[in-house]
Ligand binder design. Structure first.
Ligand SMILES: Cc1cc2nc3c(=O)[nH]c(=O)nc-3n(C[C@H](O)[C@H](O)[C@H](O)COP(=O)(O)OP(=O)(O)OC[C@H]3O[C@@H](n4cnc5c(N)ncnc54)[C@H](O)[C@@H]3O)c2cc1C
Length: 510
């Protein structure tokens, strides 16, 4: 894929909305994936990856089914191709509603557990495309970066592609990084992804990225800079691009799978392990038509609001908001069912804890209504949700609290449940029926319900999800500081200053 026209896709070549079969086939592309010291020949059959691939293939098939087709797909006006609503560029309030419904369905169908589903990654390209003209302002004799973005967007929407994204530098020595106070101590290029050479076909890049969720399961890899890493010493480290996940020279290292065990306890959510990966680039070619930014971070800084400015356009909105909402409702419903199943729901303390969980669900729902209410057209004519800058920070802290509440409500039952083989064993079963049943529920129901709670709040899957919720939007402290710096307090501060100028009302008690 090195020709400059490779991404220019004619409507007749478009594949349209992804299907399960096409998705699975697309992953057999020679990508270089490693896990536990071994290279994986075919990710679609490997036990660490195949369940998640199957879960995604199922959703892709459902989006084409009679039942969901009208809600999850649409006809792209320019090409007439039917494709995913995740890639729809919103131009009206009705489009935003449509995107909301699509995101709700993606999350209902994946239990709100996929932080980096295709529906969540598509908006990254849509957000960049919104600033197409800014990307075009950075000039290079080989290409127009804004045009590249537009062509890439068309390539993605017409083939309904699944992207991963990788923004951060490897966690080697944070004290020496250029974005820190002691700027420039470390050579950016020791570990950071950087340009080593320009060729007629594109740039050659080398370096690492930490990390990239769903890299194993993706078709394309979008690489860029985060708010933390946008300001660099060395312009060679300033780049944004997208390449096929199977690009030669790109090595993907997957972490230990979560929620897997050799026994038969079963993990209801284990098919949703989306994997997190290190990316190692060793002289990887990035073709000119796949580059969106090079040497000058201005458009990305603008996009991220990294300069302390406010990001008023919220194209990432629905996918994350709907996911968080579903996850909160799931946690609350499981905790409520657990409280019922062991007869503690009437206790004041337990009911109050459940009430706290419901409060979070409701506050989030109100916030969703708020960003929808504040939606409107951007200067480029696309419709954006209203700003939701504090929301991901709030969710990062609330998510951990919900996990804590779940554990407090479950008591020891969250870890002490029989396995499927225990249940099937007649010698044990008489004890299980007697000593491990719940209030008005049999042992089988109770153990499966508690295992769901375990997967959400105690298993390695649950812990990974909790870690994800805390970190995935970037360092919450950095985000709090950026929000604080851009938060307009002038009006109330002026009012306070006026008050401070007034004489104090001494001793005048009426
Ligand atoms: C499960 C999971 C999935 C993720 N998925 C993706 C993904 O798909 N794509 C992607 O690009 N990224 C992803 N991330 C990365 C995520 O954005 C980062 O974890 C986050 O930005 C924090 O960076 P870090 O992990 O390198 O931690 P570090 O930056 O190394 O932070 C470690 C500690 O040091 C502190 N610290 C670091 N630097 C400073 C400083 N300058 N000043 C003060 N304190 C500092 C931090 O607050 C923290 O306590 C994912 C992370 C997780 C955990």
């Amino acid at each position: 894929m090195s020709s400059a026209t490779a991404l220019k896709i004619e409507p007749a070549q478009a594949m349209g909305a992804m299907t399960g079969r096409r998705y699975i086939e697309s992953l057999r592309d020679g990508r270089e994936v490693w896990i536990d010291g071994e290279q994986v020949r075919d990710v679609t059959v490997h036990p660490a990856f195949k369940l998640m691939i199957g879960a995604l293939a199922r959703v892709y098939d459902l989006q084409n089914s009679q039942r969901y087709r009208d809600e999850m797909t649409f006809l792209e006006p320019e090409s007439g191709v039917r494709t995913s609503v995740s890639w729809l560029l919103p131009h009206s309030a009705a489009d935003l509603k449509r995107k909301r419904r699509n995101s709700e369905l993606w999350n209902e169908l994946t239990w709100g557990q996929l932080g980096r589903s295709p529906d969540i990654l598509a908006p990254y390209i849509i957000s960049a495309l919104h600033l197409k003209d800014e990307f075009s302002k950075v000039k290079h004799r080989r290409c127009d970066f804004g045009e590249n973005l537009e062509n890439y967007y068309k390539y993605c929407i017409r083939n309904d592609l699944f992207l991963t994204h990788a923004l951060g530098d490897p966690q080697v020595d944070r004290s020496e990084q250029p974005q820190n106070v002691r700027r420039g101590v470390q050579e950016d290029t020791q570990v950071s992804l950087h340009v080593v050479e320009e060729t007629a076909d594109g740039v050659i890049v080398t370096g690492g990225k930490q990390l990239s969720t769903a890299a194993v399961h993706s078709q394309e890899c979008y690489v860029s800079l985060s708010a933390t890493f946008a300001n660099r010493n060395d312009p060679n480290c300033v780049l944004a691009f997208a390449i096929p996940t199977s690009s030669p020279g790109l090595t993907i290292l997957a972490r230990e799978p979560v929620s897997r065990w050799f026994g038969s306890w079963g993990h209801p959510l284990q098919m949703l392990d989306e994997q997190d990966c290190m990316l190692f680039f060793d002289r990887v070619l990035v073709p000119w038509d796949r580059l969106f930014m090079l040497y000058d971070p201005t458009p990305m800084v603008k996009m991220l609001g990294a300069a302390g400015g406010s990001v008023n356009f919220n194209f990432l909105g629905w996918a994350n908001l709907c996911r968080a909402h579903f996850r909160m409702r799931l946690m609350t419903a499981v905790a409520t069912m657990v409280a019922q199943a062991i007869g503690v729901i009437e206790y004041r303390e337990v009911a109050a804890k459940l009430g706290e969980m419901v409060t979070y669900c409701e506050v989030w729902r109100h916030a969703m209504e708020g960003v929808e209410h504040e939606a409107g057209p951007s200067p480029t004519g696309q419709w954006s949700l209203g700003p939701g800058r504090g929301l991901h920070i709030w969710f990062a802290q609330t998510s951990g609290r919900m996990v804590e509440l779940m554990r407090e409500i479950c008591g020891s039952g969250i870890i002490m449940q029989p396995s499927e083989r225990d249940l099937a064993n007649p010698k044990l079963r008489k004890y299980l029926d007697r000593y491990m049943r719940g209030k008005d529920v049999d042992v089988e129901y109770k153990s499966r319900l508690f295992r769901l709670a375990h997967d959400l709040a105690a298993s390695s899957f649950g812990m990974r999800q909790d870690i994800y919720e805390y970190w995935h939007g970037g360092d919450p402290n950095r985000n709090r500081i950026n929000l604080m710096r851009s938060y307009d307090q002038r009006a109330v501060m002026d009012q306070i200053r006026d008050l401070l100028k007034q004489p104090l009302p001494h001793g005048e008690v009426s």
